[in-house]
Design a protein around this ligand. Structure first.
Ligand code: GLA
Length: 380
């Protein structure tokens, strides 16, 4: 019997991925420890339920039957045992392949092996496949290759979330949803510094209409808590910048895939990644994208996202290099005080109501910082 596919990404998928910190430096012990700590440190409870191994997990050659084989050195017990362990913790297990002949790091890819690889993955018990875009024969059409793997996964006898990763290239917005993918990378690769975060965010400002329940725009894995260490740790970010990064990904309904080392995570990174109010904005069941309500000087932005309970998430972002105020006039979002209404704001970092405001609200925000509220329209 075919499994039920319907709701694998009713809300943006959440989890952890090995790439940002560990790159090719992965092994069974790391995955087991990470699974243990995803549970012990409260990440599973906060919603992060997928543990995903990225590139570099296999042998450099397929086995004698043409099947992908886990590296004996890194995963001596084989992937089924790793998957069983991850499942025993109540987590779901994800892996990685590529639609080209090789992966981005040069390991065997799934080109022309789509059906056999989908069967292998299903037999190991995987629940998630990230599918990359490197080393495609130039005559091949990217959208066809994603459709093919989506089809192979859909008949493999297991619910497998399909995470496409073609970096926003080749008009992916036009064809990815109909391929059957559940999320898709709409940006190039993130690295751990402020410029990267700012550039990825700017590249997504107009891409909202393409994202929604069933298939979400993926702004790439989080760098929160990396502090410049690890595979993509190019400089690191301040705590302020990590807060803005996480808040943007939450406001934009990006999948939330943690990229730091959960086994050695700092208290502040853990607190940020488990911020219930920000996560509830990201996981809002309606999955609506925000709209830009105000843009001052091109670097002070206010975004509004309607939520299922009738409230609105309001995100004030200061991309500039100076401490300054960021303004929102409430008539710009449809609340003129002449009508007798104002806005009650609940601060998602302080976790408390800060007051009822009439006409406008303009918090002072640190350079590269943000303020995020849940707003109710109330009678004055
Ligand atoms: C590409 C992807 C990254 C990562 C690497 C692995 O660059 O975009 O997210 O998976 O490949 O080689």
């Amino acid at each position: 019997m075919l499994p039920k596919k319907a709701m694998l990404s009713r809300t943006p998928p959440m989890g952890w991925n090995s790439w940002n910190t560990f790159g090719s430096n992965i092994n069974e012990e790391l995955i087991r420890n990470t699974a243990d700590n995803m549970v012990a440190k409260g990440f599973l409870e906060a919603g992060y339920n997928y543990l995903v191994i990225d590139d570099c997990w296999s042998e450099m050659k397929r086995d004698e039957n043409g099947r992908l084989a886990a590296s004996k050195e890194k995963f001596p017990d084989g992937m089924k045992a790793v998957a069983d362990y991850v499942h025993s913790k109540g987590l779901k297990f994800g892996m990685y392949s590529c639609c080209g002949t090789r992966t981005c790091a040069g390991y065997p890819g799934s080109f022309e092996y789509e059906y056999i690889d989908a069967e292998t993955f299903a037999s190991w018990g995987i629940d998630f496949l990230k599918y990359d875009y490197c080393l495609r024969p130039t005559i091949s059409d990217g959208k066809h290759l994603y459709r093919k793997m989506a089809m192979a996964l859909r008949r493999a006898g297991r619910d497998i979330l399909f995470s496409a990763c073609n970096w926003g290239a080749d008009n992916v917005y036009d064809w990815i949803r109909s391929s059957g993918a559940h999320m898709f990378r709409s940006t190039g690769d993130i690295v751990d510094n402020w410029d990267s975060i700012k550039n990825l965010y700017r590249s997504q400002m107009e891409k909202g209409p393409y994202s929604g329940p069933g298939c979400f725009n993926d702004m790439d894995m989080l760098v929160v808590g990396m502090y410049g260490k690890g595979n993509v740790g190019f400089g690191g970010c301040s705590e302020e910048e990590y807060r803005t990064h996480f808040a943007l990904w939450c406001m934009f309904n990006s999948p939330l895939m943690i990229g730091c080392d959960i086994n050695n995570i700092s208290d502040s990174a853990k607190e940020l990644l488990q911020n219930k109010d920000l996560i509830s904005i990201n996981q809002d069941p309606e999955g609506r994208q925000p709209y830009l309500a105000n843009n001052t000087n091109g670097d002070r932005h206010t975004w509004i996202k309607p939520m299922a309970n009738g409230e609105y998430a309001i995100g004030y972002f200061n991309l500039s290099d100076n401490r300054t105020d960021v303004l929102l006039h409430f008539w710009d979002i449809g609340v003129p005080s002449l009508s007798g209404y104002g806005v009650e704001l609940y601060d998602c970092f302080k976790h408390e109501v800060i007051g009822v405001f009439k006409d406008f609200y303009n918090p002072i925000i640190e350079a590269h910082g943000c303020a995020i509220y849940k707003a109710k329209v109330v009678k004055l």
